[in-house]
Design a binder for this molecule. Structure first.
Ligand code: NDP
Length: 309
């Protein structure tokens, strides 16, 4: 847990620091009837977990993605779930753009080339086959972060289309079909929530539609992409490149991805700056403090809104 969460809550409630306990399950069992709120940074929280803590009425999650929390099971038990939307949009969009530039221009490999002394030996880095200019980006998930990415790429001369389940009131072309959008663009930017409903939405057929000049960027959740299909697509040049901040079995990375030269890999650093992580921690604190004072947390997830209205 981020230290600002513990610092911010210390004066407002008794805090049980499970992350410092050698046997957190035993502590939870001993205090099961007293614990009313849980702050979590990524633990799986499902119905059976909540059944073990019958007094809990709030789960405050650190992060905007809450795919490891069964928010529907929580709502069925009268438990509100909150997340930390908005405060990380710019940071994640910056990461997405950086990852895209690294990928399309092979900047990580070019730096490695320099460090290995090859440039100093008089050999310039080979020209990259692709350029960003004139590309079309299809955003899978034009939400808060997706919009921040769209705002950033258009000044680079990249046009934007999107696929959500529902069209929005924006000017970009909307595709009801992900595969049709993938066929019409040459960058697929993934920024939808993870979880069962989006598992392997990007599969072999979507990658095939993206095509041989296509670039896949994933800053959402690794589970959205069929990772084996992606490895196969990169190996057979079915697509050109992939830039990934997230993986199906984090922190493990598919071993073939580690060896493929056309994959750029980051260790899930989308929001990972001190200022942004502190802002996220402060929102966890504010959610709990507001809920403690008047029962209205600031940013409940959609599954919980009926419980707070
Ligand atoms: P939002 O809820 O604002 O946007 C999500 C968008 O995805 C919505 O526009 C939604 O539109 C669309 N969507 C949801 N489900 C589907 C679906 N099945 N098919 C197509 N579109 C879908 O979320 P944020 O922009 O705040 O965050 C997006 C995700 O980014 C997070 O859930 C998180 O997993 C990931 N993330 C990753 C980070 C990192 O470190 N790499 C950091 C922060 C976030 P509609 O409802 O119309 O379908």
């Amino acid at each position: 847990m981020h230290p600002a969460v513990a610092e911010g809550l210390g004066d407002h409630c008794e805090l049980i620091r499970l992350w410092e306990e050698s046997d957190p399950d035993a502590v939870l069992a001993a205090r099961r009837d007293e614990i009313v709120a849980v702050a979590t940074g990524g633990t799986t929280i499902d119905g059976p977990f909540l059944d073990g803590l019958p007094a809990v009425r709030l789960v405050a999650s650190f992060g905007v993605g809450y795919d490891r929390i069964d928010a529907s099971a929580a709502a069925a038990r009268g438990v509100v779930v909150t997340n930390t939307p908005g405060v990380l949009d710019d940071e994640v969009a910056d990461t997405a753009l950086g990852l895209l530039l690294m990928t399309v221009r092979e900047l990580g490999r070019a730096e490695q080339y320099l460090r290995e002394g090859k440039w100093a030996d008089g050999r310039p880095y080979p020209l990259t086959p692709a350029t960003l200019h004139g590309r079309r980006m299809g955003i899978l998930g034009l939400g808060r972060i997706g919009q921040a990415i769209a705002d950033r790429v258009q000044p680079f001369g990249v046009s934007v289309a999107y696929h959500n389940r529902h069209p929005k009131g924006v000017d970009y072309p909307y595709y009801a079909s992900l595969t049709e959008m993938a066929a019409d663009v040459d960058i697929l930017m993934i920024v939808i929530p993870g979880g069962d409903s989006t598992r392997h939405l990007v599969d072999a057929s979507v990658l095939k539609a993206l095509g041989a000049d296509g670039i896949l960027i994933n800053v959402a959740r690794g589970t959205v992409v069929d990772e084996q299909a992606l490895v196969d697509a990169l190996r057979t040049n079915t697509i050109l490149y992939a830039g990934l901040d997230v993986f199906e079995h984090e922190p493990k990375v598919h071993p073939d991805l580690l060896t493929l030269p056309n994959a750029v890999l980051l260790p899930h650093v989308g929001s990972a700056t001190i200022p942004t992580r502190t802002a996220m921690a402060n929102l966890v604190v504010d959610n709990i403090r507001h809920w403690l004072s008047d029962g209205t947390p600031l940013t409940p997830v959609p599954e919980s809104t009926d419980l707070v209205n």
